[in-house]
Design a protein around this ligand. Structure first.
Ligand SMILES: NC(=O)c1ccc[n+]([C@@H]2O[C@H](COP(=O)([O-])OP(=O)(O)OC[C@H]3O[C@@H](n4cnc5c(N)ncnc54)[C@H](O)[C@@H]3O)[C@@H](O)[C@H]2O)c1
Length: 347
């Protein structure tokens, strides 16, 4: 089977899960997501014979790899919201042109038993209850992408159906909420991945910035749970053709994340920061469809997941990027100066 973006956080976890179940996995990744040092820390070896280093826009390469695969998971993406807004060309290249190339190759072969498109909860935007209400996002509600990243995911969901239904290729779309876990290393200029950022700030003695007093809430899904759910979505008969949220169905406030991080770093300081304009309170996934279709529930609580992340970080302190040092001060001053113009990324 083939995982595009298999050198990234979710793709790599998925590969581990599938291989431990006996699957033979090929990864296609251009290694653009992380720098060399980070990739080494994540255990990505460019000489790995199961890793094809290449671009999802390379039609010949994609066709050859898809032609050899019984299942395809399309996880490759230019995966930060702010990054997509800053670099339109890169966003279009990976998230539109690349997705189209993968979908066409899948539509043209007869060997793919199921295709999984990794979308995102970002497609829900502010949801239907307004920005000041905690939301429960369900798959059948209207989607309303608020940024280029989310718009490309919404397009990818539709394009999956438009190309694969006529070609009669079985498919599933999953919408993960906020995925976190060991191996997650924040990217410069991306404002999400709060668990990793807070653990890193605490470890280097920087304060943990709490926008809006940390009242924003998210649905945090451990990366091993995300991988387990995607595996099931690939094979469960009841997942065929469906769009499925991947979350825990529980909300956790950013302040709670900070408090949990502080249980591991007792001298961690919190620093209040304003609420960025248009940053919704957030919410969680409605998970009834996920639990029904997959016959499964997430296993890792956020308390345990944060403890595991901290343990991993203590074992691999070099994972803390240099740019992150002093970043919390910059974020606080940036927030104070630019709150009115900022649309924050929320998952
Ligand atoms: N992490 C989250 O919280 C989250 C939540 C919802 C959805 N998602 C989606 O899940 C998928 C995986 O996310 P992740 O957190 O592992 O991101 P990631 O950035 O860690 O991994 C994405 C991988 O795609 C690769 N890639 C990007 N453009 C490519 C191209 N043109 N050709 C080949 N490879 C390319 C990158 O090198 C990277 O290894 C993405 O589609 C992302 O949008 C992630």
């Amino acid at each position: 089977m083939l995982i595009t973006g298999g050198a990234g956080l979710i793709g790599a976890a998925l590969r581990r899960t599938l291989e431990s179940a006996g699957a033979s996995v090929t990864v296609l990744d251009d290694l653009s997501g992380y720098d060399r040092a980070t990739l080494a820390l994540l255990g990505v070896d460019e000489r790995d014979p199961r890793l094809a280093v290449g671009d999802i826009c390379d039609e010949d390469l994609v066709r050859a790899l898809v032609g050899d695969s019984d299942y395809v998971v399309h996880s490759a993406a230019f995966s930060t919201v702010a990054g997509c807004t800053r670099d339109l060309e890169a966003a279009f290249h990976s998230n539109i042109a690349g997705t189209e190339t993968v979908l066409r190759a899948v539509a043209q072969t007869r060997n793919v038993r199921r295709f999984a498109f990794i979308s995102s909860a970002q497609v829900y935007g502010h949801g239907t209850s307004g920005t000041d209400a905690v939301q429960v996002f369900s798959e059948d509600q209207p989607i309303s992408p608020l940024n280029l990243y989310a718009a490309a995911k919404a397009w990818g969901e539709w394009q999956t159906r438009f190309l694969l239904e006529p070609a009669k290729v079985d498919h599933v779309v999953v919408r993960p909420f906020s995925v976190y876990g060991e191996g997650q290393i924040p990217k410069p200029g991306a404002y999400s991945w709060v668990i990793a950022q807070f653990a890193m700030y605490a470890m280097i003695g920087d304060p943990l910035p709490l926008n809006n007093g940390g009242r924003q809430v998210r649905d945090f899904l451990h990366v091993e749970d995300a991988a387990a759910a995607i595996c099931l979505a690939l094979v469960a008969e009841t997942a065929s053709g469906k769009t499925i949220n991947l979350g825990t169905g529980r909300i956790t406030s950013v302040r709670r994340v900070a408090e949990l991080v502080r249980t591991h770093f007792l001298d961690a300081q919190f620093q209040d920061a304003p609420r960025p304009a248009q940053d919704p309170l957030g919410g969680c996934a409605e998970i009834a469809r996920m639990t029904d279709a997959l016959g499964w529930e997430p296993q890792v609580t956020v308390d345990t997941g944060i403890a595991r992340y901290v343990q991993w970080l203590r074992a691999v302190p070099a994972a803390i990027p240099d740019w992150l040092r002093g970043e919390s001060d910059r974020i606080a001053s940036w927030n104070a100066g630019a709150a009115a113009h900022t649309t924050a990324e929320h998952r």
